[in-house]
Design a protein around this ligand. Structure first.
Ligand SMILES: *Cc1c(COP(=O)(O)O)cnc(C)c1O
Length: 411
């Protein structure tokens, strides 16, 4: 096993893990700070100016979040993040509609927040259908339609995948769920602020948002709950009745202010930023894929998040590849358990069995110089690991330059 290679002198690793979390934008931090100190009031305090100032800030943030997704402010419920929003949505509608039915539909590539929530409901007696996805990671609409029955309460399908970046056929999912009278919870933690999303145009009923994926703070998010026609759900928490009784607990005012600003910035800069990220991503992809054989793109070639590049490499081990890239902060993934990393249920679901994959998550603060450096380092690391495997045949069971012929994929 190689030790971690020498780091560039004094430089922190290049951050290419923006799908795991993002740096707080300095403009977001600036608007948050006064709400820790000067304006520290509780928005539920209706008898003095401290409370009024906090309430006004929360309501402004609610409007900013709503504006980004085409909702009205009353449809936004603040939570501790997308995980809580998803739990509130799925468990809340399950509890409210138990008399009407007890069947849920989701997909094999959802985030654990959705999958484990559905598994919990299943453990409590619900019926669950987990839809497969195609090689690109999209659900098949015919399979979705066939899964919906008279007992179906809700469908939990994400807007864009956090590993492979694939965007689902959103308008079609919305049209189908609406015509069949079932609710659609859309996990949009990765998609909000990165691709245009309009809850009216798409027919979404419940939509989960996370601040820290869009240059806001950790520990805050929101659930969109449609009012027309009204989506009914029960709260998870009992307490002070905040957020129209759906989410009790004193509001995280600085966090909410930060989420609001993050949404405002995303709304104003989404188009330009998407173009910028796509440009950088294509440089990275071409540099790597035209220099190295045996590289495969995971996820949809076109319908994908602008900042996401997910590649599989034949003939190298995933854990060794990460060790050979000490200057890059990024995520790896593979469908098998050989290394120390968790196996990826997403790669398994799309039939990608290569032993090494890298997820590049480009973000607002990624520079061209960083992309050039990252591309050169990935190329050098893969070449080095493959040549070592050639010198010591038998170390790896994968042939060094196996294209995609025996990797369990069809491209
Ligand atoms: C990050 C993420 C979540 C969880 O969001 P938190 O705010 O961290 O709880 C859920 N779904 C997807 C797709 C995500 O990327």
């Amino acid at each position: 096993m190689p030790r971690r290679m020498r780091r560039r002198m004094n430089a922190p690793p290049i951050y290419l893990d923006n799908l795991a979390t993002t740096q707080v934008d300095p403009r977001v931090l600036a608007v948050m700070l006064p709400y820790f100190t000067r304006h520290f009031g509780n928005p539920a305090s209706a008898t003095h100016a401290y409370g009024w100032a906090a309430k006004e800030a929360v309501e402004q943030a609610r409007a900013q979040v709503a504006a980004l997704i085409g909702a009205v402010p009353r449809e936004i419920i603040f939570t501790s993040g997308a995980t809580e929003a998803i739990n509130l949505a799925l468990k809340g509608v399950a509890a409210f509609h138990r008399q009407r039915g007890n069947h849920f539909v989701t997909s094999a590539i959802e985030h654990k927040a959705v999958l484990d929530c559905c598994r919990r409901l299943q453990g409590e007696g619900a019926e669950l259908t987990v839809l497969p996805v195609d090689h690109w990671g999209q659900v098949e609409l015919a399979a979705l339609e066939a899964a919906i029955s008279s007992q179906t309460i809700a469908v939990g399908l994400m807007a864009a995948n956090n590993e492979i970046g694939t965007i689902q056929p959103l308008a079609e999912i919305g049209a189908l769920t609406r015509s069949r009278g079932v609710l659609w919870l859309c996990d949009a933690a990765q998609a909000v602020g990165k691709i245009p999303l309009d809850v009216e145009a798409l027919g979404v009923d419940l939509l989960a948002i996370s601040a820290h994926k869009i240059y806001g703070p950790k520990g805050v998010g929101a659930l969109y709950v449609r009012r027309r026609p009204r989506v009914r759900l029960l709260p998870l928490l009992d307490g002070g009745g905040q957020e129209r009784g759906l989410r009790a607990g004193t509001l995280n005012v600085p966090g909410i202010v930060g989420l609001g600003m993050a949404c405002e910035l995303a709304r104003l800069e989404l188009a330009a930023e998407a173009q910028q990220l796509e440009g950088l991503r294509e440089v990275l992809r071409q540099r790597i894929a035209t220099t190295l054989p045996g590289v495969e793109l995971n996820g949809h070639p076109v319908q994908r998040l602008p900042g996401n590049l997910h590649l599989s490499f034949a003939g190298v081990d995933g854990a060794e590849l990460l060790l050979a890239l000490p200057d890059l902060a990024l995520s790896s993934g593979s469908a098998c358990t050989s290394g120390s990393t968790e196996p990826s249920h997403v790669l398994k679901a799309i039939g990608q069995e290569a032993p090494a994959s890298l997820r590049f998550g480009l973000g607002r603060f990624t520079t061209r110089v960083e992309i050039d450096t990252a591309a050169a380092q990935v190329v050098a690391a893969v070449k080095q690991l493959r040549s070592r495997a050639d010198e010591h045949p038998g170390l790896h069971h994968q042939p060094a330059l196996a294209g995609s012929d025996n990797q369990g994929s069809d491209s």
